[in-house]
Design a protein around this ligand. Structure first.
Ligand code: HEM
Length: 445
C-alpha cells in the first residue's frame, strides 16, 4: 500500500531538524505535502502525520481496538513498569484506565485547588528580587510538589525531599528510556543500565514504603489523595490494585504529569510576559471573581504551544485514514500542533490571543493538547487547574520581567516542546501586587 508523500531526507536528518524547530518543521512539511504526510524518524521509525481534524475525529471515536498506543511506549516499561497505563493496550489498558480516572474527575480536581495554591505560594515566596532563572526549572519543582501531595498524598517535608531525590534521579535519565535494550541492560556497576537499575531500586523502595504506610493509615477511608483513592478502588470483579500496579501507576503519573505541566506553565509565562495586552487584561481580571480570561490564557497557551506535538497510534489492522488506505503496522500521528496552527480554524494562528476562547470554548477535535479517544490524558483537568492556580499566585505575588526581548523559540526537550531557554525571567518586585501593576504591564513587550 502506498503511503502519503513526505520529506525524502533520511531519518537522522528529519530527527535533528524536528528536534531543533519542531513546530516550524511540521508546518513546513504540511505546506509541502498536505494534511497527511509520512516521516522517517530515528528510534520511532516511519509514521504518518494527520493534520485533518475530521480524520482525527474518526481515529478518536468509535471502536479503537485496532489502534494501539501502549506498544510504542514499550521501551518505557523498564522504568514505568509493565502495568503502567501508558504501556498497556486492549483490555488490560482499559482496566487500569477505569481505576485511574475517578480520582482525576472535575469534582476531585476542584478539591485539589487550595493545595495547589498553597504549594505555589510557598514556592513564589522564596523568590528574591533581582534574581533571574528559567521559569521551567522552578515550575518543575512546583509541579513535582503538587504530584507528591495531591497524587501520592505525601506531605511531610523530609519525605517529599527523599521522594524528590529518588524519583527525579530516575526521571532525569530519560535519555536512556528509549535507548536500545542492549544499552539499558544492567551490565554491572559502571554500565548505563547498572546505573539506571540502582536508581530504580532506590526509588522503588520508597514507593513501596509509601504504599505500605498508606495501607496501614487509620484514616485511609477519609483521605482524598489519589493514592488513597486508588487503594480503595475496585474493578468490575471486585479486585483492587496490587502493590506492583500501584507502584507502576505512581511512577507513570509522575513521569506523565510533572514535566508536561511545568513546561506548559513556562510557556504561559513566556507568552504573557511578551504580550502587554494579554498580560494587562489578565492582571485586571485576577482580583475579581471570574476566571474567564485566566482560563482562556491556559487554553490559548496549550493551543499555540502544545506540550506534546502529536499523539501516536499503531494500526493493528489496515485502516482508511483521511482518504488513504494505510497498512497494518504503520504508526499514525494525530498532529496536535498541526491542527492548532490551522489558519482556517484559528485565524492568524501564530498570534497569542486568549480572546479566541472567550466566546466559544475549545472543541474536542480542533483543540487537542491532551490527545483523545480512549487514551485521552487522564490528568487533563488537573493540569489545567494547576496552570490556572499557579499563574494566579505567581502574577498576584511577584512582578516578573522577561530576560529576552522576544518569546523564546520552541525546541524539543525530552518529549516536550519547550521554550529554548526554559523561559528565563527576572524577579523585579515581590509582595502582593497592586500599585505596581503598571510597571508589570509596562515590562511586557
Ligand atoms: C499540561 C500538562 C499535560 C499535557 C500537555 C499532557 C498531555 C498528554 C497527552 C498528549 C497524552 C496522550 C494522549 C493520547 O494518546 O491520546 C497524555 C496521556 C496521559 N497523561 Fe497527560 N498531559 C499533561 C498532564 C498530565 C498529568 C498532570 C497527569 C497525571 C497526574 C497525566 C497523566 C497522563 C496519563 C496517565 C496518560 C496515559 C493515558 C492512557 O494511555 O490511557 N498527564 N497526556
Amino acid at each position: 500500500m502506498a503511503l502519503p508523500r513526505g520529506p525524502r531526507a533520511p531519518a537522522p536528518f528529519n530527527t535533528v531538524r524536528f528536534g531543533r524547530r519542531p513546530i516550524q518543521t511540521l508546518l513546513r512539511w504540511r505546506s509541502l505535502y498536505g494534511d497527511l504526510f509520512t516521516v522517517r524518524f530515528l528510534v520511532f521509525g516511519t509514521g504518518v502525520y494527520v493534520a485533518d481534524p475530521a480524520a482525527i475525529r474518526e481515529l478518536f471515536t468509535g471502536d479503537q481496538s485496532d489502534l494501539h498506543a501502549g506498544e510504542a511506549n514499550a521501551p518505557l516499561s523498564g522504568v514505568l513498569g509493565e502495568h503502567s497505563v501508558l504501556v498497556l493496550d486492549g483490555a488490560a489498558h482499559l482496566r487500569q484506565r477505569r481505576l485511574l480516572l475517578p480520582p482525576f474527575q472535575g469534582s476531585a480536581v476542584k478539591e485539589m485547588r487550595p493545595l495547589i495554591r498553597e504549594v505555589a505560594e510557598a514556592e513564589v515566596d522564596r523568590w528574591v528580587p533581582g534574581s533571574e532563572f528559567p521559569a521551567r526549572e522552578r515550575m518543575r519543582a512546583l509541579t513535582f510538589e503538587v504530584i507528591c501531595r495531591a497524587v501520592f498524598g505525601v506531605y511531610e517535608p523530609h519525605r517529599v525531599a527523599r521522594l524528590r531525590r529518588a524519583m527525579l534521579a530516575v526521571i532525569d535519565t530519560q535519555i536512556l528510556f528509549f535507548a536500545p535494550e542492549a544499552v539499558r541492560r544492567d551490565r554491572g556497576r559502571w554500565s548505563p543500565g547498572g546505573w539506571l537499575a540502582r536508581r530504580l531500586r532506590a526509588a522503588d523502595a520508597l514507593l513501596y514504603e509509601e504504599i505500605e504506610r498508606r495501607r496501614r493509615e487509620p484514616d485511609l477511608e477519609q483521605r482524598t489523595d489519589v493514592l488513597s483513592l486508588l487503594l480503595r478502588a475496585r474493578d468490575e470483579d471486585g479486585n483492587g490494585m496490587s502493590d506492583v500496579e500501584l507502584r507502576d501507576e505512581l511512577m507513570t503519573m509522575l513521569a506523565a504529569g510533572h514535566e508536561t505541566t511545568a513546561t506548559a506553565l513556562a510557556s504561559a509565562l513566556d507568552l504573557l510576559l511578551h504580550n502587554r495586552r494579554a498580560m494587562g487584561r489578565l492582571l485586571d481580571e485576577l482580583p475579581g471573581d471570574g476566571d474567564e480570561y485566566l482560563d482562556a490564557v491556559v487554553t490559548e497557551t496549550l493551543r499555540i504551544r502544545p506540550v506534546i506535538d502529536a499523539t501516536e497510534r499503531t494500526l493493528k489492522a489496515p485502516r482508511r485514514v483521511g482518504g488513504w488506505d494505510l497498512p497494518e503496522g504503520i504508526r499514525v500521528y494525530p498532529g496536535i500542533a498541526l491542527v492548532h496552527h490551522r489558519e482556517d480554524l484559528y485565524p492568524r494562528p501564530a498570534e497569542f490571543r486568549p480572546e479566541r476562547f472567550l466566546d466559544e470554548g475549545a472543541e474536542s477535535y480542533t483543540w487537542l493538547p491532551f490527545g483523545g479517544g480512549i487514551r485521552r490524558c487522564i490528568g487533563a483537568a488537573l493540569a489545567q487547574a494547576e496552570m490556572a492556580e499557579v499563574l494566579r499566585v505567581v502574577l498576584s505575588r511577584v512582578d516578573l520581567a522577561p530576560v529576552r526581548p522576544r518569546p523564546e523559540p520552541v525546541v524539543l526537550r525530552g518529549i516536550t516542546l519547550a521554550p529554548k531557554h526554559g523561559a528565563r525571567v527576572r524577579v523585579t518586585a515581590v509582595g502582593a501586587r497592586g500599585e505596581r501593576r503598571d510597571e508589570l504591564v509596562g515590562a511586557a513587550g
